[in-house]
Design a protein around this ligand. Structure first.
Ligand SMILES: NC(=O)n1nc(-c2ccco2)nc1N
Length: 324
């Protein structure tokens, strides 16, 4: 005979497991109706026994009342935007710049190749395994706190699926709206005489900027992780691809098209393959993102900050504040 606390905890674990199977592995073990039945059973138990309330329970996705505005969040590690290539020549020039900068290079050079989802970049912070904050990319340094809205996205876990979670883990990824959900949303908007969205990216942006999480919750949004920002209390794998696999293993959804390519020819083949797949992926992509897989090489290469390499500001010493 289980206590109510044990029943509640067991249902929470069971629901987290099935969310992982469905949203991360795409291998549901039970029909949706069974999941819904368990979900409502947990909701009823939690309502009958508020002493066991837990904000990280799978039922706690729509919490807060509408916000008056969005707080600002400063990214500890800037979320910089990507440089672009529009031809094989430009990609080859990118590789040549790397070779010139690094001198000796492993041969072949391994790239982690990813579809470039056309959504909104976000940063999601997990502290001791629980989701505590989420923010938009903003200008790369400062974003908007959209924690309440991010919590409503079904494939984002409220708690990491691991027994020894990192003290702090910042997941970076793209929130997007699949095409089918976008079309259904616009149909409903038309039927209700409301404004429609021009494309899934605008729909995703508009849905994340809702001040009322109850509205965001009704929008068919999804996350695909593509990187890690802050990571404390965990030893991360030393390649990007292995880091993405690790994220997937602890419950974070990662796009299934991502693969490793050895050498420029295979990278360009991935690019052409993704171009062919593009019309029937079910979500918008606007290209591919091709990353050096080895983290040590990434760190050697670093970032070209937004600042131009050709100008410098020569400042006067700070003036003593005039005390009035
Ligand atoms: N949008 C998108 O799918 N992205 N964006 C990155 C990225 C942005 C900065 C570093 O990596 N990676 C992927 N797959």
């Amino acid at each position: 005979e289980q206590t109510f606390a044990q029943q509640i905890e067991q249902l929470r674990q069971t629901l987290r497991y099935h969310e992982y199977q469905y949203h991360v592995l795409d291998e549901p073990k039970i029909p949706d109706a069974e999941y819904d039945r368990l979900f409502h059973q947990l909701k009823a138990l939690e309502q009958a026994h508020p002493e066991f309330a837990d904000s990280h329970s799978p039922t706690q996705r729509v919490g807060a009342k509408p916000l008056a505005g969005f707080a600002q969040v400063t990214h500890e590690i800037p979320m910089l935007s990507l440089d672009n290539a529009f031809s094989d020549e430009e990609f080859n020039a990118f590789v040549k710049r790397i070779q010139d900068r690094l001198g000796v290079l492993p041969e072949p050079l391994t790239f982690c190749c990813e579809p470039k989802l056309d959504g909104l970049a976000v940063s999601i912070l997990y502290e001791n395994g629980v989701l505590t904050q989420a923010a938009t990319r903003g200008d790369g340094t400062t974003g908007e706190d959209i924690t309440a809205n991010i919590r409503t996205i079904r494939n984002i876990p409220l708690q990491l699926l691991t027994d020894n979670p990192p003290a702090r883990l910042e997941v970076r990824g793209e929130v997007f709206m699949p095409q089918a959900g976008f079309e259904k949303l616009n149909e409903m908007a038309l039927a209700k005489g409301e404004k429609t969205f021009a494309n899934p990216r605008n729909a995703a942006a508009g849905s994340l900027r809702q001040l009322d999480p109850k509205i965001t919750r009704q929008r068919p949004l999804m996350l695909n992780a593509y990187g890690i920002g802050v990571a404390e209390g965990v030893l991360l794998p030393d390649t990007h691809f292995a880091r993405l696999q690790w994220l997937k293993s602890i419950g974070i959804p990662v796009n299934k098209e991502i693969e490793l390519c050895n050498g420029v020819e295979n990278v360009l083949k991935f690019y052409r393959t993704m171009a062919e797949k593009r019309p029937h992926l079910g979500y918008d992509i606007d290209g591919t993102v091709l990353k050096i897989n080895d983290i040590a090489l990434q760190e050697q290469l670093g970032f070209i900050s937004k600042a131009p390499r050709w100008a410098i500001a020569y400042k006067f010493p700070a003036q003593e504040e005039l005390t009035v």
